[in-house]
Design a protein around this ligand. Sequence first.
Ligand SMILES: [Zn+2]
Length: 428
Amino acid sequence: MKTLFTFLISFLALGLSAQELTPKEQKAIDYLRDHKEEQINFLEKTVNINSGTLNPAGVKEVGMLFKKELEDIGFETRWITMPDSLNRAGHLFAEINGGSGKTILLIGHLDTVFEEGHEFQTFERDDSIAKGPGANDMKGGNIVILYALKALAAAGALEDKNIIVAFTGDEEKPGHPLSVSRHDLVEAGKISDIALGFETASGMDYATVARRGSSGWNLEVKGKQAHSSGIFSENTGAGAIFEGARILNSFYTDVKGEELLTFNPGVILGGTEVEYNSGKSTGTAFGKTNVVASELEVYGGLRFISEEQKENARNKMREIVKNNLPGTSAEIHFSDSYPAMRPTPGNMALLETLDEVSRDLGYGEVKAFDPGRRGAADISFIAEYVDGLDGLGVMGGGAHSPSETINLETFIPLTERAALLIHRLSEK
Ligand SMILES: [Zn+2]
């Protein structure tokens, strides 16, 4: 009886899910199920080409494989080079303009954190798990994009769409200035209606509607060098180290508290002589216990969910920095790197469509992932221009480490979901 009941339930579930798909959608899904091995083999091929960010030839070689595949299904492609001074390979962009529907921007990146000298270079498959540099972050994600598009092409549902594919060549270590290395991505974001990012998925049941932005700050404090016995006198003053401690403590007590705002002093140097080497993240300090410290430097980071939150925090910090102890002065400087991607209603609407697609395929609901737990990514650069959803790539573990893996069991289901998501969003 129980078996019959279970059978009936699963039969019902299958029947329901099948009903939700249109014939074109079903055709795309069938294509993916029939080409599973081919998709995994293509992943292996791209993973086995080293494409560390600082290996432009390798990044381009991987890009050329995708270029050909995209051309075969009707995309117009271009390789965008970067000025020599950036020492980056450039980006692969591809476009199809087939109608009046929404323009969808699909974002991947060709580079990995593993440079040529690294020991981790090859794809190794062990049943449903495969190890490899970039298998998860994010050659796997690029292939989700490619095969979703191939499936739509096979179903006759590609040529009437407006799609831009942007595979950057330096996501892991963007070339500077960002105004040059992210120019083409930003321009593509401005002319698109929707952006989908295929960075690592945080499970089948989550997608990313928001990512925090990141920025830097440094604090420089000066005091009067003098004999330590005078430290509480008006003439000598409190010294740079007491003043630095006051400032940091006030940051902690008065600026801390807003949701998704964090700031971290990463390194501090104080004494009568300090030197910091930002390239190596190291420094030296000299000081004596009987001498009032004249110098202090702090280098820190700040993460935020909106420009407004970032500016508010900075203003509060500036106020605290101005309020100096006797005989001291202080300055704080801020630097921008990644903007934030806020959880807008438009982003939430994209998540709703993904949730619907996932249920129709029988893969269950999809919820919003905690933005506090995701770092910045390429989609952050265009979040202010376009509705976006990220974390649509593959599942796996150990990204950026020699134990990086991809879960091959969810590789095709995630691609099926991407295909239907692109298809339905373009028709909305
Ligand atoms: Zn990545």
